[in-house]
Design a protein around this ligand. Structure first.
Ligand code: ZN
Length: 132
């Protein structure tokens, strides 16, 4: 049963997203929008979990999850939405972003575009040190 699997395992996904949100808290200057996006995603997962739990309690068929799942996907992916806050590629030059940029940079720019010059690892480390 899909709803049983969701009730058993979705809580761990939820926990991982909340841990990510706590990690983003440390980068509040550059990740405020993405932090809000992870909260929206967590809220959507809680809703999905609640519906799966309700299906288990009522012993209803699993297809009852479909309307909730469709509404959730629609809400999290339309327009400037929660999932779209996380881009895999630089919005300026299209280069693949680092994991830190994907998670912590609201600008969705690679280090080249963000600093306007070729990247040098020590500069980025010093920049991060200055923020702290
Ligand atoms: Zn770029």
């Amino acid at each position: 049963m899909v709803s049983q699997w969701i009730v058993d395992y979705l809580q761990w996904v939820f926990l991982l997203i909340l841990l990510l949100n706590l990690a983003q808290r440390r980068q509040y200057e550059t990740a405020a929008r993405k932090r809000l996006a992870t909260l929206y995603i967590a809220a959507g997962l809680i809703l999905f979990y609640a519906v799966a739990h309700l299906i288990q309690l009522l012993e209803a068929p699993d297809w009852w999850l479909l309307p909730t799942g469709a509404a959730l996907v629609f809400a999290l992916t339309r327009g400037e939405s929660a999932v779209r806050a996380f881009r895999l590629h630089c919005r300026n030059c299209g280069a693949r972003l680092s994991l830190a940029s994907i998670v912590y940079q609201d600008s969705n720019l690679c280090s080249d575009c963000r600093f306007g010059e070729p990247p040098e690892a020590p500069d980025e480390e010093m920049d991060n040190a200055l923020k702290d």
